[in-house]
Design a protein around this ligand. Structure first.
Ligand code: SAM
Length: 246
């Protein structure tokens, strides 16, 4: 099987058997455990994430934020963020490589009776946008895509972001053993880390680091005017949150 087909097959498999855990790797979101309350909690986490992000964008770029109408959620999975974006935008398009993830997203869209969100399946290595849009959101997605492919996708997404549009991107750039510095915490953290790895290993999520210099070069080349950064860590993967205005 080609590398790209393996990548797609992985996300189809997890979407079929454990879609919510495929997005948030906590045991409470496993298919075997999740109930109505758990599902509500899962989608509420998306509402909070989007509210926080838009508040930050509005604080820095109030005029640009007021003009946002159309949004793209790249790597939308089960629609956790697309459906939250629908509260703020006239129209939202969610794109994902996995048909099984998208089936879950669509079922939830119907349950929420939202008619301003459309989900599309993408090939994962082919261009898919034809017109421009106002706002790009992509969280916990590029980290799973090999950078050679991810950089092309990012170029495609940012090329179609209209001048004056805004974006939020989460990009992993470094894998380390952060937090293992203090000897007292070392053992506890190591045990927690191993437990998390074991849970994840069931599906062996691939993780990739991006070259931030290449990311900044791309921003500059494509006319991104301003960038704010925030930092975070997921397990032993360090990431940057980019908030940007084109
Ligand atoms: C960890 S989930 C995040 C879902 C969503 N962004 C969220 O935060 O709720 C990663 C998603 O990226 C999707 N994905 C992986 N590779 C992709 C690609 N090349 N193109 C589009 N989507 C991709 C997966 O199918 C999966 O739904």
């Amino acid at each position: 099987m080609k590398e790209h087909d393996k990548h797609r097959a992985f996300w189809e498999d997890i979407g079929e058997h454990d879609p919510y855990f495929g997005v948030l790797t906590h045991d409470e979101f496993r298919s075997a455990q999740i109930n109505a309350d758990g599902k509500a909690k899962f989608y509420e986490s998306g509402v909070q994430h989007i509210d926080r992000t838009l508040k930050k964008l509005e604080k820095h770029w109030p005029k640009a934020t007021a003009k946002l109408r159309t949004a793209v959620d790249f790597g939308c999975g089960t629609g956790r963020l697309s459906l939250a974006l629908a509260r703020h935008f006239e129209s939202v398009q969610g794109f994902d490589i996995s048909a099984t993830m998208l089936a879950e997203a669509e079922a939830q869209r119907q349950e929420m009776k939202l008619d301003n969100v459309v989900f599309h399946q993408v090939e994962g290595d082919q261009p898919f946008l034809e017109s421009s849009y106002d706002y790009l959101h992509s969280s916990m997605v590029f980290q799973h895509i090999p950078p050679a492919n991810g950089m092309l996708l990012l170029r495609h997404l940012l090329t179609h972001l209209r001048q004056g549009g805004l974006a939020f991107l989460q990009i992993t750039h470094h894998t380390h053993m952060a937090g293992f510095k203090k000897p007292v915490n070392k053992l506890v953290r190591l045990l927690r880390w191993r437990k998390r790895q074991k849970q994840r290993d069931v599906y062996a999520f691939a993780m990739y680091d991006y070259d931030l210099n290449a990311i900044f070069q791309l921003f500059q080349e494509l006319g991104v005017g301003e960038v704010l950064t925030g930092f975070g860590e997921s397990g032993n993967h360090a990431f940057v949150r980019f908030y940007l205005r084109k």
